[in-house]
Ligand binder design. Structure first.
Ligand code: SF4
Length: 241
């Protein structure tokens, strides 16, 4: 298994997304799914995958802090592709989180907030799969620059598949226009990367496309695609470790 994966890891680097997806569906059947936050890259991956496999499984982390435009896009995707998106929630409602950790945790400790609302729900989901597919691209962040199209994910202990790893932003948008892929209208209002309302702003001309995420913090990832092995400790406000 490991030896096969090492072989595919090398081969996949020259494969087109369709070839990567065909291999993934053949290798993992119902035990592979797409994780997406409904950015434009995720929409392209979903569109390619749904054309090849109308029953493709898709899930998303619903932090309960997403933009109305994102919730509307999820509804449109379900209708257009005739699929049901699985939504993953934190064990804590926003109100529970405020009681346990105080107001506006995202403004004080976004790593902890992301861990509670995104990473842990995803970790539970990934424990049920053999492989997951993401739409990350190498040019997006430093953490993503070394992503392989197929690799073992030691953080979540399953195979991680990133068919668009070598695509450029221009390739993504060319695909969107050519195939009339639905996308979040916030992208047309200077939001190249879209997360939660509390942690996303429009970018200014010349800024990095991800400058609008966790602006003011050194943070560029929610924790799903970083290589760090340990999650932050989940210590409620006022609780001694
Ligand atoms: S993006 Fe912001 S609001 Fe959303 S889970 Fe992370 S820290 Fe919390």
């Amino acid at each position: 298994m490991k030896a096969d994966l090492e072989r595919v890891k090398v081969l996949a680097e020259i494969w087109k997304p369709e070839q990567v997806l065909a291999w993934a569906f053949a290798a993992y059947g119902d035990n592979v799914a797409i994780a997406t936050g409904f950015g434009v890259e995720g929409m392209v991956l979903l569109d390619i995958a749904a054309r090849m496999n109308p029953g493709v499984k898709v899930f998303t982390g619903d932090t309960e802090f997403l933009f109305p435009e994102t919730y509307d896009l999820i509804d449109r995707v379900e209708e257009k592709y005739d699929i049901k998106i699985e939504r993953l929630y934190s064990d804590l409602t926003p109100e529970d989180q405020e009681r346990a950790f105080g107001q506006a945790l995202w403004a004080r400790d976004p790593d902890l907030c992301c861990s509670l609302r995104k990473v842990e729900p995803l970790r539970r989901k990934l424990a049920t799969l053999d492989a997951w597919m993401t739409a990350i691209r190498r040019e997006q962040t430093r953490d993503r620059a070394t992503a392989n199209k197929v690799d073992w994910d030691p953080k979540f202990n399953l195979v991680k598949i990133s068919p668009l790893a070598d695509w450029t932003r221009e390739m993504i948008w060319r695909y969107v226009v050519k195939h009339d892929v639905p996308y979040n209208p916030l992208h047309d209002r200077n939001y190249p990367s879209i997360g939660c309302t509390h942690c996303t702003r429009a970018v200014q001309p010349g800024e990095d496309p991800r400058a609008g995420r966790w602006s003011g913090f050194g943070k560029t990832e929610c924790g799903l695609h970083t290589s760090a092995s340990a999650l932050v400790q989940l210590a409620p406000v006022g609780v001694e470790e």
